[in-house]
Design a protein. Structure first.
Length: 95
């Protein structure tokens, strides 16, 4: 059964700075989403990370989750937990 607390929080849009880790081939998608002034930091030969202000709402999670394991929330910890809860709620629908 989906988490009622998560579902309630999910629909309360909030702005916040999130650290995101993404595969390098997604850099153009990131620039399209956040703009050319976005600062990308090299993490490895295949990944980069950004610190970007986002509207933490269902549309953001939908955008992020479309990349599957090629994108990850690094922080803050509250956002990491929200991502885990969202993925868990989706998985629970298929049990």
């Amino acid at each position: 059964m989906p988490s009622l607390v998560f579902n309630f929080l999910l629909f309360l849009p909030r702005r916040g700075v999130l650290a995101l880790l993404l595969m390098l081939h997604l850099i153009d998608v990131v620039m399209d989403r956040f703009g050319e002034k976005t600062i990308c930091h090299k993490n490895s030969d295949n990944t980069f990370y950004i610190n970007e202000e986002v509207q933490v709402a269902p549309t953001f999670w939908g955008w992020l989750f479309q990349f599957g394991s090629q994108a990850k929330v690094l922080g803050p910890e509250r956002a990491v937990e929200m991502a885990k809860d969202a993925i868990s709620d989706i998985a629970d629908c298929y049990k």
